[in-house]
Design a binder for this molecule. Structure first.
Ligand code: GLN
Length: 490
């Protein structure tokens, strides 16, 4: 254990008391980054981080991110620093500006330690498709297990104790599922709550900025810094920002929560089901109401197909600007078309090309009604249904965040089984609805983390954090990492 394993408020106190300096925190994070072999990084920013940390000698009480080391997913634009989204098509691309998230973190004097690997262009959930190869789960020392994705390097790095928080993006589950497989808190706030300026788009109607922390308190505190309108992103909300820490300890007394029967029915991991039962018994003892409600199974089974059609269609159109002319490596051809064809053929892996084929097919005039519009209608149907349940007076729903612990590489999954279609894909529900949603560790199964996910109504993040904090107190897993292992209470 070292200071970087503590919560942000604890580190802040230690900094104010001069027990540790920003430079020491940075050096510790860099040493851990360099000693790690899980392939978490596109680049480690040693020089830049040390230079910044050396200049941080004037901390003021309340500047909570001052000197705090963090990891940055490589699809957030960083001024003057190569940003590739783990795709060859962007090799060598150095943005001329910072993403709004990075601008804010810089202004708060947080220290960026490294840029992290992802599934290429954030399309994927395995951590195996980026141009740097496979990112491993730090909980499997023999590199036998996935950490998931697409925010794979951020999840693996933070779970290995490198830095205090990590940025991510979540279009279908890319923060919340890897958070579950790596024993972290993974947050996707309401759509529009955090500016996406400078985040490479994947599917804008579903894309969210998200992030990972090891403590629920840190997750709430970070949103205080990241939330709020940004005139550079016209989809960012004007809604006033709450103080997300103010109500964090209010507990669950009087709160109405629901579980979804059909999602739990799709699970085969008994240990996970038992942990959810025990959690809900304890929440009831603490004054919450926990109901089990039904959600049409055919709608749940349709989530994945709906997600693929909408996200691939949006991706095809958004990534049309990756033509090898404006960004990344240029290939000489006789015509623009020839150069572009070469750049895109060399620049994208097979998985991306496949997604573009699906997207283009769904957008073809003759297919739009039966594919794209039908998927949009189904999305609306799913969101209507979940809203209807919430309108019965519920505050949040609680579901398993993944079907089990981190899967082994090569472990065959039957892609048409309920366990795959429902249990491993239902998190995109909150991308369809834009609702704030968060995963956190629930229990450990043979030393591997199991996660739970909670979701609330739009802009109810403060409520979400207070429920999550209660759960963290019940599980005893706050601060979990491979450097700070725990047993857990459930
Ligand atoms: N795993 C999902 C996919 O394959 C989600 C990706 C994401 O959220 N960026 O697209």
């Amino acid at each position: 254990m070292s200071y970087i394993d503590l919560s942000i408020r604890e580190i802040h106190k230690a900094l104010l008391d001069k027990k540790v300096t920003p430079l020491e925190l940075t050096k510790e994070a860099l040493a851990r980054a360099k000693g790690n072999d899980d392939n978490c990084f596109e680049s480690i920013l040693e020089e830049e981080a040390l230079r910044q940390a050396e200049s941080l000698t004037d901390i003021k009480e309340g500047d909570l991110l001052y000197g705090i080391p963090f990891l940055n997913k490589d699809n957030f634009s960083t001024k003057g620093i190569e940003t590739t989204a783990s795709s060859n098509i962007l090799n060598g691309y150095k943005p001329l500006f910072d993403s709004e998230v990075n601008r804010r973190l810089k202004e708060a004097n947080a220290v960026m330690i490294a840029k992290t690997t992802l599934d290429e262009l954030a399309m994927g959930g395995s951590g195996t498709t980026g141009h740097k190869g496979i990112t491993y789960n730090p909980y499997s020392k023999d590199h036998s297990r996935m950490v998931g994705g697409s925010s794979s390097g951020s999840a693996a790095g933070l779970a290995a104790g490198i830095g205090v928080f990590a940025t991510g993006s979540d279009t279908g589950d890319s923060v919340r599922r890897p958070a579950s497989l790596a024993g972290l808190v993974g947050v996707k706030p309401t759509w529009g709550r955090i500016s996406r300026f400078g985040l490479f788009p994947f599917a804008p109607s579903l894309d969210h900025v998200g992030y990972f922390t090891r403590y629920v308190d840190d997750a709430a505190l970070l949103l205080n810094y990241l939330a709020g309108h940004d005139e550079k992103d016209f989809t960012s909300s004007y809604k006033p920002v709450d103080d997300y820490l103010a109500r964090i300890d209010e507990g669950v007394k009087g709160k109405r929560l629901f579980r979804i029967k059909e999602i739990e029915d799709s699970l085969s991991d008994r240990r996970l089901l038992k942990a959810i039962d025990k959690l809900s018994e304890t929440l009831i003892k603490q004054g919450a109401e926990v109901d089990i409600v039904s959600f049409p199974k055919d709608l749940l089974e349709s989530l994945y197909a709906t997600y693929i059609v909408i996200s691939c269609a949006e991706a095809t159109s958004n990534d049309a600007n990756l033509d090898g002319i404006k960004f990344g490596p240029y290939y000489q051809g006789k015509t623009y078309q020839e150069s572009m064809k070469e750049a895109r053929t060399k620049g994208f892996s097979e998985l991306i090309r496949r997604r573009f084929v699906i997207g283009s097919f769904a957008l073809m005039k003759e297919n739009q009604d039966v594919l794209f519009l039908r998927a949009q209608k189904n999305r609306a149907k799913v969101v209507d249904y979940i809203n209807k349940i919430f309108l019965k007076g519920y505050d949040a729903y609680i579901v398993p965040a993944a079907s089990s612990v981190a899967p082994l590489f090569g472990q065959a999954s039957d892609k048409l089984s309920d366990e795959y279609l429902i249990a491993d894909n239902h998190l995109c529900l909150a991308n369809f609805s834009g609702m704030p949603s968060l995963s956190l560790p629930l229990a450990l199964e043979d030393g591997l983390p199991l996660g739970v996910n909670i979701t609330a109504m739009p802009f109810e993040e403060a409520k979400l954090f207070s429920i999550a904090k209660t759960i963290e107190n019940i599980t005893g897993l706050g601060g979990l990492s491979t450097v700070n292992p725990r047993k857990g209470n459930l």
